[in-house]
Design a protein around this ligand. Structure first.
Ligand code: SME
Length: 330
């Protein structure tokens, strides 16, 4: 099972040392019954579940800030014969952390992994009709409502429950209006106020690269190359040491500067002439920046350790950010 990461979370395999973290929330009255399981009454019960989790595709949600397991996302066999590559997901989060959109962050990352790397065609999820918190998460994730099954099952305590079923196809996943518009709007505002009133180019570009590095997930390098005649010279950045000169027309940066266009590289190993600075980089996006005469004077280079990290929506969002930077700096 591959470890996944988001801004606040690590999603990884369950381990034996997670026993007490798991018990801490699995015993709570407000958690299990909402998803159909009885709150754990002893650590032994939790140990049995943990053993199952360790064998399955069950991601432990680790909150980086406290390095504790606070919930999980499970990827299970699809209970319906769908004829396509499909799975059913489920999730749980310690009630102490409700209301912070942590489940959303975790499940979004798992969905991205399932559709992009495991090449799934369909993902299902369901909630008991009374579990409105879960319903909200499912709707925010962009799942499509399929219907409600009356008396879907009898819960461990004898209660008959209705279950609402949702699905998402690969196409729906790709088309869903994600939050990136809103996220980039917020980032644009932050960038604008950060640069406003700062008189120095190096200070501006340094802070701009730091802000991008802080706010955008799953990057390993972000920074600027500045044009000097027929080459690009390394400017302020965040990440590992990088090459200091790139001739115009060379690498992703030089090509973007020469062609005066954003270049989105899904897999750098397939880009002829890519210049590898950090071996961790797997995908990259480079945005040309202009002065008031519309000449390319710099590029913004962003690298990620994930293949296909940058989408069309990132291109649009980052070009918006690029405009703010060029207007303030050049
Ligand atoms: N990969 C870039 C070189 C710069 S480093 O990634 C920081 C390129 O091919 O232009």
């Amino acid at each position: 099972m591959k470890q996944l990461e988001t801004k606040r979370l690590i999603l990884r395999k369950f381990e034996e040392k997670d026993l007490y973290d798991l018990y801490e929330y699995a015993k709570k009255e407000e958690i299990g019954p909402m998803a159909g399981w009885k709150p754990h009454e002893s650590i032994e019960e939790t140990r049995r579940i943990l053993e199952l989790f360790m064998k399955e595709q069950e991601y432990a949600i680790v909150l980086k800030e406290i390095n504790k397991v606070i919930g999980s996302v499970g990827v299970h066999k699809d209970r319906y014969e769908s004829g396509v590559l499909s799975r059913e997901i489920g999730y749980v989060l310690d009630s102490r952390f409700w209301g912070k959109e942590i489940t959303l962050e975790a499940v979004n990352r798992v969905l991205e992994y399932l559709f992009e790397e495991e090449a799934l065609e369909l993902v299902r999820v369901s909630h008991y009709t009374f579990n409105l918190r879960s319903k909200r998460v499912i709707e925010k994730l962009g799942f499509v409502y399929n219907g409600t099954i009356k008396n879907a099952l009898v819960r461990y305590d004898g209660m008959k429950v209705d279950s609402s079923l949702y699905s998402m196809t690969k196409q729906e996943y790709e088309n869903r209006t994600n939050s990136s518009d809103t996220e980039f709007s917020l980032l644009a505002e932050k960038m604008y106020s950060l640069l406003e009133g700062c008189p120095n180019l190096v200070a501006k570009l340094s802070n701009a690269s730091a802000l991008l590095n802080e706010e955008i997930e799953r990057l390993n390098w972000v920074g600027f190359y500045l044009r000097e005649d027929n080459q690009l010279i390394l400017g302020p950045f965040q990440g590992k040491v990088a090459c200091t000169r790139i001739p115009l027309g060379k690498g992703v940066c030089g090509t973007s500067a020469l062609k005066n266009e954003t270049i989105l590289v899904e897999d750098v190993h397939k880009f002829p002439g890519h210049i590898a600075c950090d071996s961790a980089s797997n995908s990259e996006i480079v945005i040309p920046l202009h002065n008031s005469r519309k000449e390319v004077v710099a590029v913004l280079d962003i690298d990620s350790p994930y293949i296909r990290r940058f989408k069309e929506s990132d291109k649009i969002g980052l070009e918006r950010i690029g405009k703010i930077i060029e207007e303030s700096c050049f």
